[in-house]
Design a protein around this ligand. Structure first.
Ligand SMILES: O=C(O)CCC(=O)C(=O)O
Length: 357
């Protein structure tokens, strides 16, 4: 009897740990097992997090970045984009900062309260130069490496600027991006269904609000639950032109700006195609505008029949008429030509109706 009182919960704990450890053992051997054990010791003893890796885009490979994403939940990459690109993106977006959304939800989380954060969405429509960032081969290759094992299509999760202005004194609550979907708690440890990429349009410093992060928290137990907001963090400081990539399981929080300079980040988040995206991109970038965007951007917005990895351009071959088909689907959504608003018009039929599309 006594044996079963101790034995049953112990067996449960061991099975759960094995379930979490085996996939990492298969992919990374003893390193994978050690990382899960370390992460959980740090979690339960509330120890300071391990440091994250910083790589140089001129020498790093997508596979290397993906390895860090899976083991640490994050990685910083320097020299991803040059000053000319950064200035061009800023020049295209600056007029939109005047009407940016402040304080979604009115609290520190959304940038209201004392947090002083503004956001601008529909980025691919507002900045042509941003397409280069969204489709960066090194970065997107790593995103694909993490996400494509789980899905045939990936898409944008979110695309927005996060401009943190001086004068803030409230930090966001610690959270995991994947916590937005209820599947988080059942998703295997060491793999992810979202990856966010913060492109630094300005320097990110601890003083101006660099993101609070807990490398290794992607391997914690209790994924998708409420995160203890008192856990120790480190800051994702980086130079302009760098990116900070993090998986949906990484515990993090936007900081607050008590310096004199604004912290300006551009986030492209990516997710598996079968989940409803965090933002509704086919509403914010409607078909009449989407049709003029590059095909891979259309695909990431959610117009695709399928997704072809864009990190390998030689393999990127959208079929003839793919754009028209995508537009057909979207057109039907807004009101089909035959008056059935919710019917998806097959390609052939659509071509017959709209030869000149
Ligand atoms: O701005 C940041 O550093 C992080 C923002 C964030 O995590 C969020 O808004 O969900």
């Amino acid at each position: 009897m006594k044996l079963s009182i101790i034995g049953v919960p112990l067996a449960f704990v061991i099975c759960k740990l094995l379930e979490d450890v085996v996939p990492l053992f298969i992919d990374f051997g003893a390193v994978g097992v050690a990382r899960v054990v370390q992460a959980r010791v740090r979690q339960h003893l509330k120890l300071s997090p391990r440091a994250f890796a910083t790589l140089d885009a001129r020498t790093a490979t997508s596979a290397e970045l993906a390895r860090y994403l899976r083991l640490d939940g994050c990685v910083c990459v320097e020299n991803v984009f040059d000053d000319a690109t950064r200035e061009q993106v800023l020049a295209e977006l600056t007029p939109h900062f005047e009407t940016e959304t402040r304080g979604i939800g009115g609290d520190e989380f959304g940038g209201g309260g004392a947090n002083q954060t503004g956001r601008v969405g529909s980025i691919v429509l507002k900045s042509e130069t941003s397409h280069k960032l969204a489709l960066d081969r090194l970065v997107l290759g790593a995103v694909e490496d993490v996400l494509l094992p789980h899905t045939k299509k990936i898409g944008f999760k979110v695309m927005e600027t996060i401009r943190m202005l001086p004068g803030g004194h409230g930090r966001q609550a610690l959270h995991q991006e994947e916590g937005q979907w209820p599947i988080a708690k059942d998703w295997p440890v060491g793999s992810d269904y979202t990856v966010d990429v913060m492109f630094a349009l300005s320097d990110f410093t601890a003083a101006n609000g660099a993101t609070h992060v807990i490398p290794g928290s992607n391997l914690w137990s209790g994924r998708g639950g409420k995160v203890d907001d008192s856990m120790p963090t480190i800051r994702a400081e980086m130079k302009k032109g760098s990116v900070f990539m993090f998986t949906g399981s990484l515990v993090h929080a936007g900081g607050s700006n008590h310096a004199d300079d604004p912290r300006i980040g551009l986030v492209f988040g990516y997710q598996v195609g079968f989940l409803r995206p965090e933002a509704n991109h086919v509403l914010s970038v409607q078909p009449d505008k989407a049709k003029d965007l590059p095909a891979p951007v259309q695909e990431l917005l959610g117009y695709p029949l399928r997704y072809t990895p864009v990190s390998t351009p030689s393999k990127y071959k959208p079929g003839p008429g793919a754009l028209a088909y995508r537009a057909a689907g979207a057109y039907a959504y807004n009101g089909a030509p035959d008056g059935h608003p919710s019917r998806l018009v097959p390609y052939a039929e659509f071509e017959e109706i709209h030869h000149s599309f």
